[in-house]
Design a protein around this ligand. Structure first.
Ligand SMILES: Nc1nc2c(ncn2[C@@H]2O[C@H](COP(=O)(O)OP(=O)(O)OP(=O)(O)O)[C@@H](O)[C@H]2O)c(=O)[nH]1
Ligand SMILES: [Mg+2]
Length: 408
């Protein structure tokens, strides 16, 4: 419920109270029991609130009935999240995805919108506004929305293709890719900024980031990887949203490495970790190599810090405690990223003639150089490269026969 309050505030609402009802069954007509409905109606008559947000998803019928009883807007959790996404979407791609998700959600609710507007007159604009339609208009409106959804789907498909091409372009650069994932507000953008100077907006509110940003990250030995910051996860992530954000979420599914950021200062850090785990599994990315960063350690006292690190390290052995804002633990994190992002590395042993030092610099950038030795013909270097890129060094290789295994 406190997360729902945060969501409401992020959407620009003022939260004046919250309540929980324990029931063995959800009321199919109103979601909450009639006693609760009556109590809310009294509060509404006294002008205490003008909007109700429910932390679960409401059926179109429940939503319509509640709106009629309370003569107030009633939003469910999905709509609250969609509203925030709509407010925060900046890019063309983001806007398309949010609009598609909203329309998918709206379609079965058109009757609800109509009923509410007929009874009390529609409040246009602001959070939760749904247009009011005349009876005969509803079918026309439905058809219009279906067509718009089809157009949006087509445009989103184009965006996906473009993103795919960009990623293929990056692959050609043959750098390994890492995606930063985590619960919303965990500090993902702050981490990208502190590691790469990206200058992405990072702030104390939920879903500050919707659009992915990719930057080059230089690891201690000089190798470069591409690091992408993307949209945060949340419990009960609306399925409409996941489907609509497929283009964006492919940044995660196609990354070589996952950098998972956990907010160690949150009382719900374990729940949040479970949520992230579930979303990663949904995306088919749970088995990718992963580095876990336990962020915001600066906010904990020594004892609670030890306790929290202990609990989470059990679940994520090798997790690195960091503070993105105080810049602590970042060296260890980079080493962990370095180790985990070597992909399918194969040894490279080359002789680089003097004057071709660029080859060595390239090996440092996409793989690594462990040792060099100067000899009469040039520089001997021992290191490694991702298998996909190793071919570039073939001309200089002393390992030609070993690097290309033959099938018998
Ligand atoms: N004290 C402290 N605050 C941090 C740290 N890292 C991030 N924050 C703060 O946490 C808030 C959220 O940070 P963001 O980087 O925007 O988080 P995010 O994961 O990108 O969040 P969304 O994009 O909204 O999902 C900001 O106010 C940051 O300043 C940290 O290590 N310590
Ligand atoms: Mg962010």
């Amino acid at each position: 419920m406190s997360e729902l309050a945060d969501l409401a505030r992020t959407a620009g609402l003022e939260v004046i109270g919250s309540d929980v009802q324990r029931r063995s069954d959800v009321d199919p007509a109103h979601f909450i029991g009639m006693g609760k409905v009556a109590a809310l109606r009294d509060m509404k008559l006294e002008g205490e609130f003008d909007l109700v947000v429910c932390n679960e998803d409401l059926s179109p019928r429940q939503q319509r009935n509640l709106e009629l009883e309370l003569k107030a807007r009633v939003l469910d959790r999905t709509e609250m999240i969609l509203e925030i996404f709509a407010q925060h979407a900046r890019t063309h791609e983001g806007r398309l995805q949010v609009e598609a998700a909203r329309l998918h959600h709206l379609l079965p609710r058109l009757i609800g919108a109509y009923a509410y507007d007929r009874q009390v007159g529609g409040r246009r604009g602001g959070v939760g506004a749904r247009g009011g339609f005349g009876e005969q208009q509803i079918e026309v409106e439905r058809r219009r929305i279906r067509k718009r959804i089809r157009d949006l789907d087509r445009e989103i498909e184009q965006v996906r293709t473009q993103r795919h091409q960009q990623r293929t372009g990056r692959r050609r650069a043959e750098l390994e890719t890492a995606a930063i994932v985590g619960y919303t507000n965990a500090g993902k953008s702050t981490l990208l900024n502190v590691l790469t100077g990206a200058g992405v907006r990072a702030e104390q509110r939920l879903f500050a980031t919707l659009d992915p940003t990719t930057r080059k990250l230089e690891l201690p030995a000089g190798r470069e990887v591409l690091l992408t910051d993307t949209v945060g996860f949340i419990q009960k992530l609306p399925t409409d949203l996941v489907a609509a954000f497929r283009a964006t979420l492919e940044e995660v599914t196609e990354a070589d490495l996952i950098v998972q950021v956990l907010d160690l200062s949150s009382a719900s850090v374990e729940d949040q970790a479970r949520t992230v785990e579930a979303v990663l599994a949904d995306l088919g990315a749970a088995e990718k190599p992963r580095v876990v960063a336990l962020n915001k350690v600066d906010m904990l006292g020594p004892a609670s810090r030890r306790r929290a690190i202990g609990v989470l390290s059990e679940r994520y052995p090798g997790a690195v405690a960091i503070s993105a804002t105080s810049r602590t633990g970042l060296g260890d994190l980079l080493s962990a990223i370095d180790k985990a992002s070597r992909g399918d590395a194969i040894p490279v042993e080359i002789l680089v003639p003097y004057g071709s030092e660029g080859v060595l610099a390239e090996l440092r950038k996409i793989g690594g150089v462990d040792r060099t030795e100067y000899v009469a013909d040039g520089t001997l270097a021992w290191g490694w490269a991702p298998r996909a890129a190793a071919g570039r060094f073939r001309t200089y290789s002393l390992l030609e026969l070993r690097a290309e295994p033959h099938e018998c």
